[in-house]
Design a protein around this ligand. Structure first.
Ligand code: SF4
Length: 484
C-alpha cells in the first residue's frame, strides 16, 4: 500500500513539474506569437481618419489587438498627410517616438505623403515599410508576419494605378462617423498635391454607401455621419464615367433609418448647386452647415490657382444658402501668400470675406509644393508677409465666429454631446456647428438633446442654461419650441 501511495505522489509531482515547465516555456511564447499589438497614428483630414479606422478593423479581423500608441505595440502604422506643414519633420518625429516606445516594433508608413515621397520616407531611420495609395489597404497581405527587414521595403506604384475605390468609414474613435463616399480629384489646382497623392476622382456606388450607412446605423451607437471625400461634391464617377450626382446621394441617404444627422464635410462652390442647397434646406437629416473652399477673394489669383469659379459665383452661393437657411453655419477655406498676391489682392480677399455672411475661416498659409504649377509663378510673397496676412484672417475668423454665435443666443437647438470632459465641462455641436459647453454628465455622452443657447463663455463656447426633454426636430433652429 505504502509503495502504491509513493508511486502516486511521484507521478503527481512529475505532472506538476511537467505542466509548470510547459506553462513557463511554451504558453507565453504561443501567446506572443498569436496576439500582436498594433497602434495607429493619423495625420491630416477626415478621409485619413476613416481609412485608418478601416485598416484597424482589418487588423482586428485578423486577430491583432489594437492598442494605444504608448502601449508598447509590436506594429506601428503611421498614416501621413501631404497638406500638413513640415510633413517630413512630423513623420520623422512620430517614427522616433514609436522607436522610443517599442525599439523592436515594425513601423509602416502609409498615406498621401508616403505616395508622394516613398524613397525619402524609406530612408528615415527606423522605418520598415512604405506603402502608397494603391497598396495601403493590402498592408496585412503585403507585410504579413511583420518581420523587420534589414532595409525598408517600398510598395508604391504610380498614382495612375490607384484607380480602385476602397470603401472606408471611421467607427468607435469619435462620436461621429466619417463615411468615405469619394476619393481623388480631377481639378489639379495649381497649389495642390492631392491629385498626385490620391489619383483621379472616383466614387463608391450608391448601393454600397447606403449599405455602409445602414451598417453604421445598425450598431445603434452613431448619431451623426459626416460625408467625406477629397472633392465630395464631385461624387458619382465610377470606372471613369459619371454614374451618379451628389444630389442623388444625399436624397438617398436622407431616407436611412437610425441615423439622426448627416453633415456634408466640404463642397466646392461650383458644385454646390441650387438643387443641393434647396434640398438641404428642407431635408429631414442633413444639417444646416456647409464648408465651402474659397481660397482667394481676388479673381486674378483664383485664375492662377486654376479654381473653377470667380468670386461673384461664391458670393451668390452664400446669398442663396442664407436666403433659405438664415441660421446656416458656413465655413470657408482661404489661402494667403499665393505667388503674386499683392497687398491690394489680399485686401480685396479680406474685404470680400468681411462682407460675406459666413461663420468661420480655415486659413492656410501658402507653402511651395514640389511638382505643382504654382511654382512657375516667380513673384514670391515673403514668408513674413504671408504670416502677417494669416494673422489678419485669423482675427477676422474669430470675429465672424463670435458674431455668428451671438446671432444664435436665445435660440433653441439640438446638441450631440461628445465623450470629453475638461474642468467638469463637456462639449458638443449643434446642428449648425456651434460648439457648446455644458456641465459634465456621463448620461449625456453621445446623446442628442434639445437646448436653449444662453451665452458665450470665456473660452468662446456657447453655454446652455438647461437641457430640456422634447421631441424638437433635429435640424431646426428656432426662437421657440413651437415649430410650424
Ligand atoms: S479641388 Fe483643388 S484643392 Fe481641392 S483637392 Fe482638388 S486639386 Fe486639390
Amino acid at each position: 500500500m505504502q509503495m502504491i501511495l509513493l508511486c502516486f505522489r511521484v507521478k503527481y509531482l512529475l505532472e506538476i513539474i511537467f505542466f509548470s515547465k510547459k506553462n513557463l516555456t511554451f504558453a507565453p511564447q504561443k501567446l506572443k506569437r498569436e496576439v500582436k499589438k498594433v497602434a495607429f497614428y493619423t495625420l491630416g483630414c477626415k478621409l485619413n481618419y476613416s481609412e485608418t479606422s478601416t485598416i484597424a478593423r482589418q487588423f482586428e479581423q485578423k486577430g491583432y489587438q489594437k492598442v494605444d500608441f504608448t502601449e508598447t505595440p509590436d506594429i506601428f502604422i503611421i498614416n501621413t498627410c501631404s497638406v500638413t506643414e513640415n510633413a517630413d519633420k512630423k513623420c520623422k518625429k512620430i517614427v522616433k517616438e514609436a522607436r522610443a516606445i517599442s525599439p523592436n516594433a515594425y513601423v509602416a508608413i502609409i498615406g498621401c505623403y508616403a505616395q508622394l515621397k516613398p524613397k525619402e520616407i524609406s530612408e528615415i531611420e527606423g522605418v520598415d515599410a512604405v506603402l502608397g495609395a494603391a497598396e495601403k489597404f493590402r498592408l496585412i497581405e503585403l507585410l504579413d508576419g511583420f518581420v523587420r527587414p534589414p532595409q525598408a521595403q517600398v510598395f508604391a506604384s504610380n498614382i495612375e494605378q490607384a484607380t480602385n475605390f476602397h470603401h472606408s468609414f471611421s467607427y468607435g474613435d469619435r462620436t461621429r462617423t466619417f463615411l468615405k463616399v469619394q476619393d481623388g480629384c480631377n481639378y489639379n489646382c495649381s497649389f495642390c498635391t492631392i491629385p498626385l497623392a490620391r489619383g483621379e476622382s472616383r466614387s463608391d456606388t450608391l448601393e454600397n454607401i447606403l449599405a455602409k450607412a445602414k451598417e453604421v446605423a445598425q450598431t445603434g451607437e452613431v448619431k451623426e455621419i459626416v460625408l467625406t471625400g477629397v472633392n465630395t461634391g464631385d461624387y458619382g464617377i465610377i470606372n471613369g464615367k459619371r454614374v451618379h450626382r451628389f444630389i442623388d446621394l444625399i436624397r438617398a441617404l436622407d431616407e436611412v433609418e437610425g441615423i439622426e444627422r448627416f453633415r456634408i464635410s466640404s463642397i466646392e462652390p461650383n458644385l454646390l448647386t441650387d438643387e443641393i442647397i434647396a434640398f438641404v434646406a428642407q431635408s429631414k437629416k442633413f444639417v444646416p452647415h456647409f464648408h465651402i473652399p474659397l481660397q482667394s477673394g481676388n479673381n486674378k489669383i483664383l485664375r492662377l490657382m486654376y479654381r473653377r469659379y470667380q468670386k461673384e459665383l461664391y458670393a451668390d452661393r452664400i446669398r442663396q444658402i442664407k436666403t433659405l437657411m438664415p441660421h446656416c453655419c458656413i465655413g470657408v477655406d482661404v489661402i494667403v501668400g499665393f505667388p503674386s498676391e499683392t497687398n491690394e489682392d489680399f485686401l480685396e480677399t479680406y474685404n470680400f470675406l468681411n462682407e460675406l455672411d459666413i461663420s468661420y475661416l480655415h486659413v492656410f498659409t501658402y507653402s511651395e509644393r514640389a511638382n505643382t504649377d504654382a511654382l512657375k509663378i516667380k513673384e514670391i510673397v515673403p514668408h513674413k508677409v504671408r504670416n502677417e496676412r494669416s494673422k489678419m484672417l485669423h482675427i477676422l475668423s474669430d470675429k465672424k465666429r463670435r458674431f455668428f454665435y451671438e446671432q444664435n443666443i436665445g435660440k433653441i437647438a439640438t446638441v450631440l454631446f461628445e465623450n470629453d470632459v475638461e474642468n467638469g465641462r463637456m462639449h458638443g455641436f449643434t446642428q449648425n456647428y456651434i460648439r457648446v459647453s455644458a456641465k459634465y454628465d456621463p448620461l449625456l455622452i453621445n446623446e442628442i438633446k434639445t437646448v436653449l443657447l444662453t451665452n458665450i463663455d470665456t473660452n468662446g463656447f456657447m453655454e446652455v442654461e438647461e437641457v430640456v426633454e422634447s421631441n424638437f426636430p433635429n435640424r431646426i433652429i428656432s426662437n421657440s419650441f413651437t415649430v410650424a
